[in-house]
Design a protein around this ligand. Structure first.
Ligand code: ADP
Length: 256
C-alpha cells in the first residue's frame, strides 16, 4: 500500500489537494487490484483450456487410433477451441471497453432495428434447438447508449436463455415503455437457477454446476459482461428464477 498524505483539520487549498490525491490513490489501488485479479483469472482459464487440449492431443498421438477415435478427439479439440474463442472475445470486450471510455459511443438507438439484429443473429441457434423465440415490442422504442454494447447485452442474455432451456422450450422477449425507461424481460422456461446461486451469477467466471463441463459451452463471463454494460448505461438488471420452471431477466434501460 502507498503512503497517504497527512490531512490536518483545516480546509485550505493544500488540504483539499491532499484529500483529492489520497482518494485518487485509493481508486488507483482498487483498479490495480481488479486488473491483477482479472489477469490471474484469465491465465487460470487459459491454462486449464491448454491442459485439456494437450491431454486430448497427447492421447491421440500416443498410439495408432481408428478413424472414429481420431474424429472424436477432433470434436473435443474443436469444442475447446470454440470455448476459447468465446472467452477471448468476451475478454476483449471487458478489457478494451472498460479501460477506454472513449470506446463507448452514446447515441439514440432504434430499438426495433436492434431487436431485428438480435433476432437475425440468434434465430438459427433457436431453430436448431427447436426453441420458439418470440419478440413482443411496442411499435417504436428507442434507447440511449452504445449500440455495439447493447447488441452484446441482448445477444448474451438470449443466448443464455436458449442455452439453458431444453429442446422444445420457449424464449420470449417482452419490451414495454415505462416513462423514461424501457423495461425488457427475457423469459425462458428452462432449467432455472437454484436460489443459493442467484447472488453469485454476475461474478466473473461463476457458473452453476461443474465449471469445466463443456457440454453447455459457457465461460461464466457472459452475465458479468451484461451487468457491466447495464451499469455503464445507468440501467438495472435483475434475475428471477425457479429451478425446472425457468428464468426471467428484467432490464431497465433509459429511452433515447
Ligand atoms: P456462462 O458462460 O456459463 O453461461 P454466464 O455468466 O452467462 O456464464 O452465466 C453464469 C451462470 O448462470 C451460468 O453458468 C448458468 O449456470 C446460469 N445462468 C445464466 N443464465 C441462465 C438461464 N437463462 N437459465 C438458467 N441458468 C442460467
Amino acid at each position: 500500500l502507498h503512503e497517504r498524505l497527512p490531512i490536518e483539520g483545516s480546509e485550505d487549498e493544500l488540504q483539499i489537494l491532499a484529500k483529492t490525491l489520497n482518494s485518487m490513490i485509493d481508486r488507483l489501488e482498487i483498479s490495480f487490484a481488479q486488473i491483477q485479479q482479472f489477469t490471474s483469472d484469465v491465465s487460470h482459464e487459459l491454462r486449464t483450456s491448454l491442459t485439456i487440449l494437450r491431454g486430448e492431443i497427447d492421447v491421440a498421438l500416443n498410439k495408432d487410433r481408428s478413424a472414429e477415435e481420431y474424429k472424436s478427439v477432433l470434436y473435443s479439440v474443436m469444442e475447446e477451441i470454440v470455448y476459447l474463442s468465446d472467452m477471448v472475445e468476451k475478454f476483449l470486450y471487458l478489457s478494451t471497453k472498460t479501460s477506454d471510455p472513449n470506446q463507448i459511443v452514446s447515441k439514440v438507438i432504434d430499438g426495433i432495428r436492434l431487436f431485428e439484429y438480435v433476432r437475425n443473429h440468434l434465430s438459427s441457434i433457436a431453430v436448431n434447438k427447436k426453441i420458439e423465440l418470440t419478440f413482443k415490442t411496442p411499435e417504436t422504442i428507442t434507447f440511449h447508449g452504445d449500440e455495439d454494447l447493447l447488441r452484446r447485452l441482448f445477444v448474451n442474455l438470449i443466448e443464455n436463455a436458449i442455452k439453458y432451456t431444453p429442446e422444445g422450450g420457449t424464449v420470449a422477449i417482452h419490451v414495454t415503455s415505462k416513462g423514461k425507461f424501457a423495461q425488457i424481460e427475457v423469459i425462458d422456461n428452462g432449467i432455472g437457477i437454484p436460489e443459493e446461486h442467484l447472488p453469485y451469477i454476475f461474478q466473473r467466471f461463476y457458473r452453476v454446476g461443474d465449471s469445466r463441463t463443456r457440454s453447455q459451452g459457457g465461460t461464466g463471463l457472459g452475465l458479468s459482461l451484461c451487468k457491466w454494460i447495464v451499469e455503464v448505461h445507468k440501467g438495472t438488471i435483475e434475475v428471477r428464477s425457479k429451478p425446472h420452471h425457468g428464468t426471467t431477466v428484467i432490464l431497465s434501460l433509459r429511452h433515447g
